[in-house]
Design a protein. Structure first.
Length: 446
């Protein structure tokens, strides 16, 4: 492999021979000099070539210099190439204070001259050509931030002796709601389902004695929603812990996790996020505010908005309103909404013996729900009764209920959407902007 310098490293290198590889961002072909902006995964650099044009009087000229000038003149945006030349530091060069005088240029793969998308292309068009859309520095940063965010969360868990699991995404039955399942043929007359969440398997790990686990993996929802925050395939961040006293133990772990991860993002990418996205990363103070659902509904009503839902839950506008109240009152971007009625929660959520409400929460970030968390019911007789209340047939849940027939610790956990966190962290309007390749009801390609 040829010794290759990353463009982001050039400022720290001494003047002299260098080799860089990347793709052409722009070409300025002037009469006496040619400039090429070359970008790689770490940045961009200016390449310069003193142009050699054919002599009008037919005088003999340097054939190699003429060929290089002609090659540069015909470079199309997006062409991948390798350049060898002389690195020179020059403070007058606005792009990084360095430039490379081209010695030789080797094209790895030429691009077609007409690019199918432009800076002002609509989202659907950009998604059609996502591999080109992702070449932007701004989009590159999104996935560097995502990498840092996930690494910080993994580090938080691993330092506290959590076990990482990889639960199956092919299931024999539903994990939550039959209405949102993708089904597929599975070896003859069997039917398999894509997992909506790792919920049952996270709980199995508690019964298996793992104690504390986490998983960052795909999940699937056959939900024909076209909103800015829904997808049919998404990355779910999940954790489950044993020996808790209530859902409050789960909430405390999650707020520590998020504060740690946001701090890591701010430390590594804060300045670049401010430059490219125009916002400052705010590391949330601990503890996050907590508001019971009934109180939240009253606050929203007092702000002049009546939630139209009939099930007693907040709708998206209600979530925005209560988050605005929290921002105004506490100066906080996060809020836990707690104490949900069993009718709007899963059958496996534990209920408070005094209030009858579930020991659960939703976490809102900048007015959008990113998490549902809860203490789980671990007593099999109570689970069966609560499943029947929901109209579920216990025999269809036998594999799950078996977990709890041989002993189980008190436990709880949460599931959080990675794309929603990224969308809100970077101030974007849609999860499509922060998803590598989005999947929705009308999009299966690229």
């Amino acid at each position: 492999m040829t010794e290759r310098a990353l463009i982001g490293q050039l400022k720290g290198l001494a003047d002299g021979p260098v080799s860089v590889s990347g793709w052409v961002e722009t070409v300025r072909d002037q009469k006496k000099v040619q400039f090429v902006i070359l970008r790689d995964e770490t940045g961009a650099v200016q390449l310069v070539n003193p142009a050699t044009r054919p002599a009008e009087d037919g005088a003999e000229q340097d054939a190699a210099a003429l060929a290089l000038t002609d090659l540069i003149s015909n470079l199309a945006t997006g062409t991948f190439l390798t350049v060898r030349g002389e690195l020179k530091h020059d403070e007058r060069v606005k792009l990084g204070g360095v430039e490379i005088k081209i010695g030789s240029l080797d094209i790895a793969a030429a691009a077609l001259p007409e690019t199918p998308i432009a800076a002002d292309s609509g989202m659907d068009k950009r998604m059609d050509w996502r591999f080109l859309d992702l070449r932007q520095r701004r989009n590159n940063l999104i996935f560097r931030v995502q990498t840092t965010l996930e690494h910080a969360m993994r580090s938080y868990w691993i330092e506290r002796d959590y076990i990482e699991v990889h639960s199956p995404k092919l299931m024999a039955s539903a994990s939550e709601s039959n209405a949102e399942l993708f089904s597929l043929e599975y070896f003859g007359d069997q039917t398999a389902y894509l997992a909506q969440s790792p919920q049952f398997f996270k709980q199995m790990a508690q019964v298996a004695g793992f104690g504390k686990i986490f998983e960052i993996a795909p999940a699937f929802r056959a939900d024909p929603s076209f909103t800015s925050r829904h997808a049919t395939e998404f990355t779910s961040i999940d954790a489950e812990i044993s020996w808790i006293d209530s859902h409050e133990d789960v909430a405390r772990m999650q707020e520590e996790l998020l504060a740690t991860a946001f701090q890591a993002v701010k430390d590594k990418h804060g300045a670049e996020i401010e430059e490219l996205f125009g916002l400052e990363v705010q590391v949330p103070a601990i503890p996050f505010p907590r508001i019971p659902l009934a109180e939240a509904l009253e606050i929203v009503k007092s702000r002049g908005y009546e939630v139209p839902r009939t099930d007693g839950d907040l709708d998206p506008e209600g979530e925005r309103q209560i988050s605005a109240y929290v921002e105004e009152t506490y100066g906080h971007q996060f809020v836990f909404i707690t104490d949900y009625h069993p009718e709007i929660r899963a059958f496996y959520h534990m209920r408070d013996e005094e209030t009858g409400l579930t020991k659960s929460y939703d976490l809102l970030f900048k007015g959008v729900e990113i998490t549902t968390g809860a203490q789980r019911e671990h007593r099999v007789d109570v689970l069966i009764a609560q499943a029947k209340e929901k109209g579920l047939e216990p025999e269809h849940l036998d594999f799950y209920l078996d977990f709890f027939r041989y002993g189980a610790p008190p436990h709880g956990g949460f599931g959080m959407g990675l794309a929603r966190v990224m969308m809100l962290l970077l101030g974007q309007d849609s999860i499509r902007e922060v998803t590598y390749l989005f999947r929705g009801p009308t999009r299966l390609a690229p």
